[in-house]
Ligand binder design. Structure first.
Ligand SMILES: Cc1ncc(COP(=O)(O)O)c(C=O)c1O
Length: 393
């Protein structure tokens, strides 16, 4: 993986200006824009693309994406408030388990385009709030049902017992509740059964299952639902990004599948996080110390997993690039483990990695740090200073 020259140059300039050793997130917003435009360009006609803000809700990221997405997905009251504050005119959809009554009420106030209802209890509480507000609530039932083609990836959230969505038994009761409650307007079904999907063909098979299930349910209940939300989950291959989810091929085949499965009259909505945001972000740590301990080399760098939890969350050795400084190399053609400043042996970003040369003052640059990175990190631990946040435009 080689760094884009604009990113390399920006990082080098930053380190020249920094009084202390550098620790920063650098976001390549032009690359993000090019990526979302390319994703959008191949989307079949009756599909919509929402951004799942949980992947990275930084305001400049949202601002860059806003012209190219149909709306934003919020997974908490906090995200909803933030999205509404920054993009009051964009359609917002509201998912996630354990929504508070106060959050349901706030979502009604800001006129969300969809409530993704996770349980019967939540459906009842939403009905109460909608009645109290005198506002109809647009409902999507989030389903966790057994499909003929079981979803498979490293992170499966459905097709088996999980806290997410309604199973078939609960779904039938939900339809009775919906029929009896004038303030609830059923507008669609929602699936998000997995994340980290790298297999384009497997995902197409899953789409076919969703489409067939959608027809089965709408036929059974005599419903005309305008929208099917098919979630996100397109994966990034952190070690070989070229082998990440094949969005272009997927969209080409999807257009034919929509035709084959008679889904042209239904809006197909995606809510994608990781695949949109991961590649625009870089986490940068400057090396503070290089030591040998019980026969292994360690490079201790400024920052750590309290800023960048992705390697720990994924349980992987994160790929990195080295920008050499002016100092001598302390290590040559050897293996080194890259760690941060935390007093825990879990603060490891990459284990026993071969390096050609590494010295104190060099910069370690971790790519693919734009999604589920800073915002999933235990940033208050040890009260270290936060990283600089730099948005290249
Ligand atoms: C309901 C729901 N929708 C969308 C997403 C986005 O998934 P991803 O970032 O894998 O595209 C998630 C992620 O957990 C989710 O739970």
């Amino acid at each position: 993986m080689s760094l884009p020259s604009s990113v390399r140059q920006a990082i080098t300039e930053l380190s020249g200006k920094s009084a202390d050793p550098l620790c920063a997130y650098v976001y390549d917003l032009p690359a993000l824009e090019a990526h979302i435009r390319a994703m959008r360009a191949v989307l079949p006609a009756n599909c919509e693309l929402f951004y799942a803000a949980k992947a990275n809700p930084e305001a400049p990221i949202l601002h860059t994406l806003a012209p190219w997405v149909d709306g934003f997905e919020a997974a908490s009251g906090g995200e909803l408030r933030w999205l509404y504050q920054h993009h009051p005119d964009k359609p917002l959809i509201f998912g996630g388990p354990g929504k508070l009554d106060s959050e349901l009420a706030a979502a009604l106030d800001c006129g969300v385009a969809a409530f993704h209802v996770e349980s019967l209890g939540e459906l009842r509480r939403l009905a109460t709030q909608a009645r109290l507000h005198g506002k109809p609530a647009p409902v999507f039932l989030r389903l966790n049902v057994k499909l003929d083609e079981a979803p498979e990836s490293r992170l499966v959230m459905g097709g088996k017992p999980t806290p997410f969505g309604l199973d078939e038994e609960a779904m039938e009761e939900a339809f009775s509740l919906l029929a009896a409650e004038p303030f609830l307007e059923l507008q669609g079904l929602h699936f998000h059964l997995l994340s980290h999907q790298l297999d384009t063909q497997a995902h197409l098979k899953l789409m076919r299952e969703y489409f067939r299930f959608f027809h089965k349910i709408t036929d059974r209940h005599g419903l005309q639902l305008p929208t099917l939300n098919v979630g996100g989950g397109m994966g990034i291959n952190y070690h070989d990004p070229e082998r990440s989810f094949g969005w272009r091929a997927f969209c080409q085949a999807l257009a034919a599948l929509i035709d084959e499965e008679a889904m042209c009259g239904v809006r197909i909505r995606f809510e994608i996080g990781r695949f949109i945001a991961a590649s625009c972000g870089y986490y940068v740590m400057q090396v503070l110390d290089i030591k040998r301990n019980h026969g292994l080399y360690f490079a201790v760098a400024r920052g750590g997993t309290h800023h960048f939890r992705t390697p720990a969350a994924q349980g992987h050795d994160h790929p990195f690039e080295i920008i050499r400084g002016d100092g001598p190399a302390a290590l040559e053609n050897t293996k080194v483990t890259l760690v941060g400043q935390l007093c825990t042996p879990k603060d490891v970003l990459s284990r026993e990695q071969a390096v050609a040369a590494l010295g104190v003052g060099d910069l370690l640059v971790f790519p693919l740090a734009g999604a589920y990175a800073w915002n999933i990190s235990h940033r208050d631990f040890l009260m270290h200073a936060p990283p600089e946040m730099v948005f290249l435009s």
